[in-house]
Design a protein around this ligand. Sequence first.
Ligand SMILES: Cc1ncc(COP(=O)(O)O)c(C=O)c1O
Length: 370
Amino acid sequence: MPIPLLDLTRVDPEFERELEEAVLQVLRSGRYILGPEVDALEAELAEYIGAKQVIGLSSGTDALLAALMALNIGPGDAVAVPVYTFFATAGTVSRLGAKPVFVDVEPRYKCMDPAKLAAALEQHGNIKAIMPVHLYGAGADMDAIMQLAESKGIPVVEDAAQAIGTKIKGRSAGTMGVAGCFSTFPSKNLGGIGDGGFLSCMDDAFATKIRQMRNHGQTGSYEHAFVGGNFRIDALQAAGLRVKLRRIEQMTEARRANADRYRELFAAKGLDEVEVPADQDRHCYHQYLIHLPRAKRDALLGALREQQIGCAVYYPIPLHLQPCYADLKHSTGDFPIAEDAALRNLALPIYPELRADEQETVVKAIAAAL
Ligand SMILES: Cc1ncc(COP(=O)(O)O)c(C=O)c1O
């Protein structure tokens, strides 16, 4: 039997029933964009992550974009981003005419390395925002990053797209910077039934600005004090997400239990050459990535795929080597930790509904292939 990397069809019947009912209610309500479902979702999310305000948005990408627009980032500005992340983190900077300044990641969790950030801040006087990413659901070193940012008066926008449920020293990812940007893309831990996202913040004035930003900067009746965009979330998404949010803790704990089981299985097989991710204060395990000797990763990827075991490389090309950033004139060797991770990592199935026997099959297949 194939073991997919992610299987969104494995849902319990009660969840399915609640989801269908929620969707039908929206269909019959005639309120399809923003409205009471979105208001309720925002309040529930704010409570869940411990933010003062949450604003529902059209995607995680648009959450990053809206945050940077609210900070007036534009041509001539630079934004510090980790060189190893999903493309949107840097893409939003470039779309505003600003320049991403890449920062290498630390070797343990592959999040922005504060020491390298300090060096980038010394080198680039025009950095106007810092965007750490809580990659795979691991928390970035927010103490060190916030300290550096505060010493220079630079706002921090947390890319928490992969980190709902992640805790860093007891605080939720996305609640430490000026804004936390989350994605509810279907594959995310809190995944919707289409594109969606939200932004969390602790400042009422910033929240108001984002609410206006998602509606073309509208500040009065067809009056626009600034230029925003259409970053609104659909009621259908909100209704679906509310059903899932009721189960997010249970699902996060299931992911964490699966991660523990993988660690035990790897240890029992004596697979010392496989580096398994260390647990953290509270990793939400959006992804579970192992790291292998360079020469073995691609062969293992092929072997697992042949046996219909889902796996993937997140991400094969660090941002500085992306063709669209050739003008930044970086080359191989500039960001060694990210480059090494790109050649050695492999994501394994970790979703809450994954069965113990399937995990055993995955680890057995890895042991046989190595
Ligand atoms: C780290 C990171 N940032 C930003 C995004 C963008 O989110 P979305 O796909 O909802 O636009 C994603 C997810 O795809 C992501 O993983």
